[in-house]
Design a protein around this ligand. Structure first.
Ligand code: GSH
Length: 212
């Protein structure tokens, strides 16, 4: 696995998910950095690698893969220990439900290219930040309601799963945008439990070589 390459960016929540999964599996990769704020993802040199112009991007032998969830599930299938999904079908469905709120409902609406499009449309900074906070809070309301039915400290109990891998980076992003997290006691508990694990702590944006 040490030949595998991960293109990422320290503050990319999607790349952060993959870093956590790699760490939980005890896998290493050659980390290469794409400076999203400087627009390196739009340059031809990167578009030749990933035509979608997004990170993360994973290259492992002849496999080239975009989409953090596809990469994480590939890692889970090729390196089953420790499993990133619960052993039972119901547990797996709930873990995926929580993950998808973060990945599909919250993340795309606040992505850099969406915020850049709002700038082009003349939307001011305060309104853009309010937009991001609104969609994070909407998703977090749904996740918090679900988590209140489940045992902690992680999303589905004693061990982290795909749900935590996707939720923790979104908490980082929520803080960045100034979301008031006080109402989300269970989400905060997941974040605190994750912070105690090296797999999560060493994947955090501040601990990446390209951190600014
Ligand atoms: N659904 C994709 C999302 C990938 C994505 O949007 N990545 C962001 C960083 S978190 C990105 O590369 N943004 C660059 C841009 O918006 O220009 C995944 O989960 O991998």
């Amino acid at each position: 696995m040490s030949d595998a390459v991960l293109y990422g960016y320290f503050r990319s929540t999607a790349a952060y998910r993959v870093r956590i999964a790699l760490n939980l599996k005890g896998l290493s990769a050659d980390h290469r950095f794409v400076h999203l704020r400087k627009g390196e993802q739009t340059q031809e040199s990167y578009r030749k690698i990933n035509p979608a112009g997004l990170v993360p991007y994973w290259i492992d032998g002849d496999l080239q893969l975009a989409q953090s969830l596809a990469i994480i599930e590939y890692l889970d299938e090729t390196h089953p220990q420790p499993p990133l999904l619960p052993p039972d079908a119901k547990g797996r469905a709930v873990a995926r439900e929580i993950a998808l709120v973060a990945v599909s409902d919250i993340h795309p609406i606040g992505n850099l290219r969406v915020l850049n499009r709002l700038i082009e449309m003349g939307v001011d900074e305060a309104t853009r930040a309010a937009w991001s906070r609104h969609w994070i809070e909407t998703g977090f309301d749904a996740i918090e309601a679900r988590l209140s039915q489940l045992p902690g400290p992680f999303c589905l109990g004693e061990t982290p799963t795909l749900a935590d891998i996707c939720l923790v980076p979104q908490v980082f992003n929520a803080r960045r945008f100034g979301v008031d997290l006080a109402p989300y006691r269970r989400i905060l508990g997941v974040d605190a439990a994750a912070a105690k694990l090296d797999a999560f702590a060493s994947a955090a944006p501040a601990n990446q070589p390209d951190a600014e």
